[in-house]
Ligand binder design. Sequence first.
Ligand SMILES: Nc1ncnc2c1ncn2[C@@H]1O[C@H](COP(=O)(O)OP(=O)(O)O)[C@@H](O)[C@H]1O
Ligand SMILES: [Mg+2]
Length: 433
Amino acid sequence: MTNPFFKYKESGADADLRLSVLSSSFIPDSFPHRSEQIDQMVKILSSVMRNSPPSNLLLYGKSGTGKTSIAKKVSNLLKEAFPEKVKIIYINCQLNDSTYSVLVNAANSIISNEGEKIPLSGWTVERIYNELLRQIEKSGSFIVLILDEIDKLARKNDGDSLYIILKLTDDSTSSRVSFIGITNYTSFLETLDARVRSRLNQESIVFPSYNASQLRDILQERLSLTGLGNMVEESAISLCAAIGAREHGDARKAIDLMRISIEIGVRDFMQRIGEENVYKARDNYEMNVLRESINGLPLHSKILLLSAVVTQDQDRDHMITGEIYENYKKICDELSVQSLTSRRIGDLLSELDDQGLIITVTKSLGRYGRTRVITVPDHDDMMKKYLLEDEVLSTFKGIKIGKQHRLKMDPDDTRSQSVSEEELNDVLSSKED
Ligand SMILES: Nc1ncnc2c1ncn2[C@@H]1O[C@H](COP(=O)(O)OP(=O)(O)O)[C@@H](O)[C@H]1O
Ligand SMILES: [Mg+2]
């Protein structure tokens, strides 16, 4: 037989290479609709030319607005222009969210001698701090320390982590350390205490969300680099841009959708990429996001979500916390897992709500206080499938769901006294006023 893989060999490898231009790690040369932000950054950083350290700088805007790529691009250009004078340190605080790991990574990225590198554990923070200071003085360079996702660090130790790190500027005798903080949360500054805020926010640059027409320009430019541009229909580009724009003007999402659309098309040997590929890509994308967020949940959150899914399966009417908790305990029994208290479950439900995995609405029950009405959004069948991928949950066979008396949501309805004891406890413990 003719080898069925050959047809993949011809089209696949080449397309993969070209599609790497659409990967999230690719940093393009030019950034449409960001010249203002780039100019501002360049102006601030160019003070090294006059031998004065740049002001600390905060970049903020929603995710996918180009902050990380532009900070990396501009700092690389600075380094290219002044290779002897400047050292750039990039740290992602989502991955390094302690004083210790930020300082170790910062120090190790300027220590060139392998033998001198600091171990990833075992030193005191003070010792690393002093070593980093020593390395900074020794290098004689301007250090630009980029703290991406800085809000993750700011939440640690009541802001002390960030305070200690920012103090590097004061403590380096030649005062050659500057910071670029990056965050998706505009309100982040308000949560900082004054000493940290004033240090960090000497200058700030806002990255506004892109509109659909700006996203189309970005996509078009990026596509032209892949060499696959003429394969993609205008309407498909517009659709990716429109979806990205709806998602708070997110260039990452628009570009990801474009990449997945082309991948799907190439896999099916299509010559043209049209809107139908984009719709398919969007479904894939959303399922991947869902799967990742479910896989990342701790065990009890998974069991709780499973309980919500199977409870809703039985009855699409409003579910309440008490019911989900009852079924959660039954599932725990079935899986031989020790269940948590209802108070802890309340916290876990709030976390699931924050992640968009369930939707909670607080309803008043008149004199019984309040309760939370819960729904599982669409894709509950997929949720169940992903939940059962967990080793512990994979043995779940299904439980007998006992239907409880429902509380009447109308506060004036006297029949609302006919509540089950469980529900009443639940209501009372969640009573907020
Ligand atoms: N103006 C732009 N021009 C070209 N690509 C862009 C632009 N803005 C963002 N991107 C691309 O969108 C993706 C997300 O950008 P990123 O810098 O990671 O966003 P953020 O850090 O703000 O979440 C990256 O692939 C980036 O290259
Ligand atoms: Mg980023």
